[in-house]
Design a protein around this ligand. Structure first.
Ligand code: GDP
Ligand code: MG
Length: 439
């Protein structure tokens, strides 16, 4: 997903301004990237439509950093599709809170039941009880028993010869008697959804009235995960989803689809086989993961840097021509404040990188604010032509920005010195600039 998206965006990045056609192209790439990541096609369609609508809006086309803006929109929309915020476990107002695990065979129900019990125990000092209601696989009961021993949580079981509904009935009775605050029911799965299983699960649901029906889905099953989730949800009306096996290479495409298709929140993610490998699901973190945000951040930084370089080049040309005016100056001030040190921008100017005067250059943000205030009080004509600034204009400016006239004079003087020096900058020294900004 990442690579494809990155290519598309870096292409965009090379353009200063983007057109609607450019946006269309990058959207095509995003669409393919999502489909490759096994996101459901309908989800992809809706997603791309939303992003495109926002991206062709003025906010991107007019932006000086369109690539960055698009990444931002994609990220925001991903977060939105996945539910915006973490969704906590439902809790019963009085004990016990009953949690029923459902899902296909091998999805990770039993493992997750154990992980969840441990999490509740550690984070809430809860006293959970596990119920072994999968009687179809001989090893299933033993698996849960062993897990229970490892994490020191009691497991209620009646072997494999009893009707699961009956096991749940007795397990609930025991949990209530022992005042367990959580009861987690591990149920059977099948390789595919079938009616017998669904009937059994519906009966267990009816009997136990769970506060939470957690659908456990294997994230590695991609497209199939969506159908499964849809199937379980339509028959059992689940309350939340656990996405397992998100360790490994899985990019998390299933997280997008499942939430969008079922409308049910993903509550936890399994990221390994160990009992401690269960985490709360955070949509923003998953979005970063889908985007490969580590790399994406680098990309944004690069986009930013390109912008700086482009600006710096323009600036350098103006300096050479001695047409650098207060508007450019203001631009620079803004750059300094928005995106980083003026020192760095200056260093991009040919010949300036190794200038010793830059070593001690220090810019105080407050000085920049004051300097900006002075420039803001100038008329457009004054900004374009600093030579207009006679004493009466200076007095007006000083009054306008509330700074002493001496400060205005000093600033203008330093600006002129700076401009002079900029002209000779390839062999120049930058003392004037330092004085102007850092005093
Ligand atoms: P169930 O049939 O739904 O109860 O599935 P199990 O809990 O028995 O899990 C099936 C397999 O998946 C087991 O080998 C688990 O160790 C493994 N498993 C479950 N969750 C995860 C996970 O989050 N990451 C990894 N790597 N393996 C998992
Ligand atoms: Mg199991």
């Amino acid at each position: 997903l990442t690579e494809r998206l990155q290519n598309a965006i870096s292409k965009l990045r090379r353009k200063g301004k983007v057109s609607e056609a450019d946006v269309k192209e990058v959207m095509r790439e995003i669409r393919l990237a999502l489909l490759e990541a096994d996101v459901n096609f309908k989800v992809v369609k809706d997603f791309v439509k939303t992003v495109r609508t926002r991206a062709v809006g003025a906010e991107v086309l007019e932006s000086l950093t369109p690539a960055q803006q698009i990444v931002k929109i994609v990220n925001e929309e991903l977060v939105k599709v996945m539910g915006q915020e973490a969704s906590p476990l439902n809790k019963s107002p009085k004990i016990p809170t009953i949690i029923m695990m459902v899902g296909l065979q091998g999805a990770g129900k039993t493992t997750t039941a154990g992980k969840l019990a441990l999490k509740l125990k550690e984070e809430q000092h809860a006293r959970p009880l596990l119920i072994a209601a999968d009687v179809y696989r001989p090893a299933a009961v033993d698996q849960l028993k062993i897990l229970g021993q490892n994490i020191d949580v009691p497991v209620f079981e009646m072997g494999t010869d009893v009707n699961p509904v009956e096991i749940v009935r007795q397990g609930l009775a025991l949990g209530k008697e022992k005042k367990n605050d959580y009861i987690i029911i591990d149920t059977a799965g099948r390789l595919q959804i079938d009616e017998r299983l669904m009937n059994e699960l519906a009966q267990i649901k009816e009997l136990s009235q769970p506060n939470e029906i957690l659908l456990t889905v294997d994230a590695m099953t991609g497209q199939n995960a969506v159908e499964v989730a849809d199937g379980f949800n339509s028959q059992l009306d689940v309350t939340g989803v656990v996405l397992t096996k998100l360790d490994g290479d899985t990019r998390g495409g299933a997280a997008l689809s499942i939430r969008a298709v079922t409308g049910k929140p993903i509550k936890f993610i399994g990221q390994g086989e160990k009992m401690t490998d269960l985490d709360v699901f955070y949509p923003d973190r998953m979005a970063s993961r889908i985007l490969g945000m580590g790399d994406m951040l680098t990309l944004i930084e690069k986009a930013q840097k390109d912008f700086d370089e482009k600006k710096a080049a323009e600036m350098a040309a103006k300096m050479r021509e001695n047409s650098f005016d207060f508007n450019d100056f203001l631009d620079q001030m803004e750059q300094v404040q928005n995106m980083g040190p003026l020192e760095d921008i200056i260093k991009m100017i040919p010949g300036m990188a190794n200038n010793p005067a830059l070593k001690n250059m220090n810019v105080d943000p407050k000085d920049i604010e004051r300097t900006k205030a002075i420039v803001y009080s100038m008329t457009p004509a004054e900004r374009e032509n600093p030579d207009l600034l006679n004493p009466s204009r200076r007095r007006r400016i000083a009054a306008g920005c509330g700074r002493p006239i001496q400060e205005v004079n000093r600033m203008i003087k330093q600006f002129k010195q700076m401009r002079e020096m900029m002209k000779k900058m390839s062999n120049g020294n930058f003392a004037g600039m330092e004085g102007l900004l850092g005093n």
